[in-house]
Write a protein that binds this ligand. Structure first.
Ligand SMILES: Nc1ncnc2c1ncn2[C@@H]1O[C@H](COP(=O)(O)OP(=O)(O)O)[C@@H](O)[C@H]1O
Ligand SMILES: [Mg+2]
Length: 323
């Protein structure tokens, strides 16, 4: 299987800031790469280089076999880009936005109309086709933005934090649309700060931090690489949380994570499970849950970057019109 995207040693600086410090990436045809990293990691800069919007200072990048600098016009014919911030025109209607793009891509008036209609229907926006975009909710706007990037039937799609600020339901809707595109053969490079999103959509993940790719692999590979498993203990009574923390700390040698009544810690020795049962029993702690589970990507993120994974902060956004 050939690569739809190849990036080798790409460097990009802005004054004193090194946004990309020698990035290597490969995205196989027809797959989703999740480029995962915290704010300021270099995700948007990487997308802008690949979308021919900014030239690298060093290194090279290819999309569909074409060099993003030398063959920029060929690359532009292959790609669609959905930015972190919606790029559609507020004053125009949904239909007008899509028709405008289609006309700019050289489609006839009739084909433009047809393409706009099918995209609006496919993205659940037919009911709002004739409304100015400024009356759309955030979720509707993001769907229109995605539709706009698909007008020219791109083979390679860049989605830069496509669900940032969306409520959970709109996020799931968008995930569904991305999955459909991928099943139609589109290659996707998706940037995200959300592990959950990378885990849900990506075939492969590249973790980027301070302009460097610090880990790559499938979601499963990344989870097993960082120690593999974690011990999770939930006492039946909240008052027993400190006792559980103390036992888990003694057994694992690390300070456990406490989330409500759930106490978790990474483990390398599965023998801690029976030991934990005995010690907690001796301490008279009644348990609601005691499990050994695979590390979550959150734990991977923490182990790799030293930062807790950002959590989605849903906007108070509904599918209703903001009039
Ligand atoms: N046009 C620019 N001018 C100056 N600095 C920039 C510019 N674009 C990005 N940067 C800096 O480069 C770094 C990476 O930014 P960016 O690629 O936007 O990260 P991300 O998308 O992962 O949040 C940040 O430190 C950012 O401030
Ligand atoms: Mg960004």
């Amino acid at each position: 299987m050939s690569d739809a995207i190849r990036v080798e040693g790409v460097v990009k600086t802005f004054g004193d800031t090194t946004a990309l410090a020698g990035v290597d990436l490969a995205v196989r045809n027809g797959t989703v790469l999740g480029l995962l990293g915290p704010n300021g990691a270099g995700k948007t800069t990487a997308v802008r280089v690949l979308a021919t919007l900014t030239a690298p200072d060093a290194g090279r990048a290819e999309v569909g076999g074409f060099d993003v600098v030398r063959d920029a016009h060929r690359v532009r014919q292959l790609i669609g880009l959905t930015g972190q911030y919606a790029a559609v025109d507020d004053a125009l209607t949904g239909t007008e936005n899509l028709q405008l793009i289609a006309r700019l891509l050289g489609m006839s008036r009739r084909d433009s109309k047809q393409r706009a209609r099918e995209l609006l229907a496919g993205f659940g926006l037919a009911h709002a086709a004739g409304r100015a975009v400024k009356t759309f909710s955030g979720g509707m706007r993001r769907r229109l933005d995605l539709a706009a990037s698909l007008v020219g039937h791109p083979q390679v799609l860049f989605l830069d934090e496509p669900t940032t600020g969306l409520d959970p339901r709109s996020r799931l809707d968008l995930w569904g649309l991305v999955r459909e595109l991928v099943s139609d053969g589109v290659t996707v490079l998706l940037t995200t700060q959300y592990l959950e999103e990378a885990d849900a959509l990506a075939d492969d993940i590249a973790v980027i931090d301070h302009g460097r790719v610090i880990a790559t692999g499938t979601p499963e590979e990344l989870k097993t690489r960082t120690g593999g498993q974690s011990l999770a203990v939930r006492p039946a009574a909240r008052a027993d949380v400190p006792a559980v923390v103390s036992v888990v700390r003694q057994l694992t040698g690390v300070a456990p994570d406490v989330d409500g009544q759930l106490v978790t810690a990474p483990v390398t020795d599965p023998g801690v499970l029976p030991a934990a049962v005995r010690r907690l029993d001796d301490a008279g702690v009644v348990l609601a849950e005691l499990t050994l589970r695979s590390s979550s990507l959150n734990e991977v993120f923490l182990a790799l970057t030293g930062l807790p994974a950002p959590q989605p902060t849903p906007a108070h956004d509904t599918e209703e019109a903001r009039t």
